[in-house]
Write a new protein. Structure first.
Ligand code: NAD
Ligand code: 6OD
Length: 495
């Protein structure tokens, strides 16, 4: 074992950077903390500006090496080997992700790690099927030509990701980038460095050449994140995280005019009509509000319920929330883990306080659970439901990113649409109704990149994924990812 990442979920210290096929220390280290009990899991080697430059140069060199020369079939075969290697170390990835994020082991096992393998398989297959445009051209004077485009790699891709679904979101970007023949330098969140480093071991096992996949650890501003995104030899930046951070990265990339793909924050709405399937909607919305302790960019923090069933629905959702089992992430029975950090808990609790000040009625929660054991040192909060806030309240407008929602009644379809769309964000929405026409109609009125009808977070990796407004720029998924990570060169041949 080279990196410090392990088979059992504990770490041989420290977690290292991975540059040009080698695991590398930095001049400084920072602590990786287990959010379930506040203990230090490992020290992490921080990359300074020189190490970030080494990683970018290694990635540049690798572009022109073996990886660049390999054809699509060979690259795709390697990416399937990466997926195989993730699957063969399934428990190791699960344990590392659970220790870093505090998410329930059942969630990491059913979502994060299987999706990591699936990301590699889907994009390995997609690149083999990807066509490009061609046109038979005839100008007004009768000249004929053939136009066709060819797909080339963009170059070195800087990848910056958050802590909520670290491996899922990392591989969602690395897999299509590599499929298109690029090389990558990855900056995982400082909160969750482990699985990106484990993936480096997997890359070695799968025979991905040195310099193709590089990992640099550290923070955002004045640190690794900024060094990477502003680096002039990085050809494109793909980022998932807060909208504010997206704005800072946009400034950093401006001088070298790089393409960006941004998947940012959300304040997502769910609209529940009285004609919905009550139990199905309750189950779906409970997931949409509380999955991953509400730390999914797609989570519904604003729920609009038709007035005729408002009281009944709020009562039933309260009952669901109160039954959720909070506990140690490693327990099979745990449904709700802690928030990611003490700092993030302070932010979420500041919104719980603000909700009081803004005049909310607390339906359930609003505080911190007590366990009477070591978990009291973790960063847990209670699942929380509010009603009674004005639509203009900050708690209804701003992304909280915790296990919390505000539920408000509506009287007509038109009113529900106006309320749902009254946001600067526009990532995801969900509509719950058994009326097929209404489902289509309302979904098509949503000002959001993704709308689910009678489901939530049901993913087909070929579909366009991304947001409008403060929720992002561009779309990833299927051909959209392949087009972002490719440079299309047009060739015009006079016939
Ligand atoms: P964040 O923006 O604070 O950090 C994300 C990453 O950016 C981290 O690796 C961080 O170190 C780095 N970073 C911070 N400042 C930087 C800078 N100036 N330059 C370069 N890098 C910098 O986000 P977070 O707190 O880790 O994640 C939560 C946020 O991510 C929420 O807003 C959530 O909605 C959003 N998110 C969006 C999606 C999506 O698909 N739209 C998915 C997951 C999370
Ligand atoms: O499922 C995906 O592909 C994806 N990008 C999910 C993002 C979730 C946000 O937290």
């Amino acid at each position: 074992m080279i990196t410090g990442a392990c088979e059992t979920g504990s770490f041989v210290k420290p977690i290292l950077n991975f540059i040009d096929g080698k695991f590398v220390r930095g001049k400084r280290e920072f602590a990786d903390v287990n959010p379930a009990d506040g203990s230090v899991i490992a020290q992490v080697a921080e990359a300074d500006e020189n190490l970030v430059d080494d990683a970018v140069q290694a990635a540049r060199k690798a572009l022109n090496g073996e990886w660049g020369r390999r054809g699509i079939r060979e690259r795709a075969a390697r990416l399937h080997k990466v997926a195989d290697a993730i699957e063969s170390r399934f428990d190791c990835f699960v344990n590392a992700e659970v220790a870093d994020t505090g998410k329930p082991v059942t969630l990491a096992s059913r979502l994060d790690v299987p999706r990591a393998a699936a990301n590699f398989r889907v994009f390995a297959d997609a690149i083999k099927m990807a066509g490009v445009e061609s046109f038979q051209t005839e100008t007004p004077d009768g000249t004929r030509a053939l136009n066709y485009a060819i797909r080339k790699p963009l170059g070195v891709i800087g990848i910056v990701i958050p802590w909520n679904l670290p491996l899922l979101l990392l591989t969602w970007k690395v897999a299509p980038a590599l499929a298109c023949g690029n090389t990558v330098v990855v900056k995982p969140s400082e909160e969750t460095p482990a699985t990106a480093t484990l993936l480096a071991e997997v890359m070695q096992e799968a025979g991905i050449p040195h310099g193709v996949y590089n990992v640099v650890h550290g923070f955002g501003p004045d640190s690794t994140g900024e060094f990477l995104t502003k680096h002039p030899d990085v050809n494109a930046v793909t980022f998932t995280g807060e909208s504010r951070t997206g704005a800072a990265i946009m400034k950093a990339v401006a001088p070298s005019v790089k393409p960006v793909s941004f998947e940012l924050g959300g304040k997502n709405a769910a609209i529940v009509f009285a004609d919905c399937d009550f139990e199905e909607t309750l189950d779906g919305l409970s997931e949409a509000v509380f999955l991953n302790t509400g730390q999914v960019c797609l989570c519904a923090e604003r729920v609009y319920v038709e007035r005729s069933m408002f009281e009944q629905f709020v009562e039933a959702l309260k009952h669901k929330a109160e039954k959720l089992r909070q506990g140690a992430p490693s327990e099979q029975t745990t449904e709700l883990g802690p928030l990611i950090s003490a700092q993030h808990r302070a932010k979420v609790l500041s919104y719980y306080k603000l909700a009081h000040e803004e005049g909310a009625t607390v339906v359930t929660g609003g505080g911190v659970p007590e366990f009477g054991n070591v978990l009291d040192k973790g960063f847990y909060v209670q699942p929380t439901i509010y009603t009674g806030l004005a639509e203009s309240a900050r708690c209804v407008k701003e992304e909280i990113f915790g296990p919390v929602c505000h539920v408000a009644p509506f009287d007509s379809e038109e009113e529900a649409i106006v309320m749902a769309n009254d946001t600067e964000y526009g990532l995801a929405a969900s509509v719950w109704t058994t009326n097929l026409k209404r489902g289509h109609r309302v979904a098509q009125s949503m000002n959001a990149g993704i709308t689910w009808v009678n489901c939530w977070f049901l993913r087909d990796l070929r579909t366009p994924f991304g947001g409008v407004g403060l929720s992002g720029i561009g779309r990833e998924g299927g051909m959209h990812s392949l087009n972002f990570y490719s440079e299309l060169n047009n060739i015009c041949i006079r016939l």
